[in-house]
Ligand binder design. Structure first.
Ligand code: 8X3
Length: 258
């Protein structure tokens, strides 16, 4: 199957987790990929893996989504025909720290707000005018259950994901007359580097987040994203919320004790 042959797919946060899983599943469907992230070596490794396995054509863009200047420069460095992105997957995002607000680290807040909200906006702002011009395209944002229900000490991270939820809904209206699709894929507990990053490399604490739960994998989420991207032309998937079977929403999780 080559459901996405000749489609240009731009993936932010492609050097790890859900972004990387998307790169693999979209490459499997024949997509041409723009792999964006901060870690050049990881992206290069991924690009050669995709070339070898699927003969994928890729371009690598190394930049920090927090920096609007870098985002603009990176996007503008693409050859003109590569700027006609068919699908933008905004998967760059992170949690940093988990404290009561009164004890929160404001540098952590800046990183989360600048990456999850502003970074997503900066990149979308570059890609979207080309979609508008062609009256065709698909933006897929990585939301979270944390954008639907808050949880203790989730404060700023949850706020960023509520913002992504609002941006997806509002953007869908803004491009309604341009035949552009906007989807939000909102997972609950996914075991990636997410919690290791959140807890500054504390692997034990990160593992504990998923204790007694069979969590989602990055591939599970990539599968939902691929589903959104492969519907017929007239179908838009507005939102997918997916959780492990053991999770109902942010605050309701059952853990096996054995
Ligand atoms: C990740 C979901 O609940 O681990 O976006 O913060 S949660």
């Amino acid at each position: 199957m080559s459901l996405l042959k000749n489609k240009i797919v731009f993936i932010s946060g492609a050097s790890s987790g859900i972004g990387m899983a998307c790169a693999r599943s979209f490459a499997h469907e024949g997509a041409t990929l723009i792999l964006a992230g901060r870690r050049k070596e990881k992206l290069e490794q991924l690009a050669s893996e995709l070339k070898e396995k699927f003969n994928s054509e890729t371009k690598i863009l190394t930049f920090d989504v927090q920096n609007n200047h870098e985002v603009k420069e990176a996007f503008n460095s693409l050859p003109e025909d590569w700027k006609n992105v068919d699908i933008l997957i905004n998967s760059a995002g992170l949690a940093q720290g988990m404290h009561k607000l009164q004890e929160g680290n404001t540098d952590d807040w800046d990183v989360m707000i600048n990456t999850n909200i502003k970074g997503l906006l900066y990149l979308t702002r570059e890609v979207l005018p080309y979609m508008v011009k062609r009256e065709s395209g698909h933006i897929i944002n990585l939301g979270s259950t944390a954008g639907h229900d808050v949880y203790p000490s989730g404060n700023v991270y949850c706020a960023t994901k509520f913002a992504v939820n609002a941006i997806s809904q509002s953007l869908r209206i803004d491009v309604l007359d341009k035949s552009i699709k906007v989807s939000s894929v909102d997972p609950g507990m996914v075991e990636t580097e997410f919690s290791i990053v959140r807890f500054s490399g504390d692997v034990e604490r990160a593992k504990n987040v998923y204790r007694g739960v069979d969590p989602l994998t990055a591939e599970d989420v990539a599968d939902a994203i691929l589903y959104c991207a492969t519907r017929p032309k007239h179908v838009n998937i507005n939102e997918i919320i997916l959780t492990p079977v053991a999770q109902a929403q942010s605050n309701f999780v059952v853990r096996k004790t054995t």
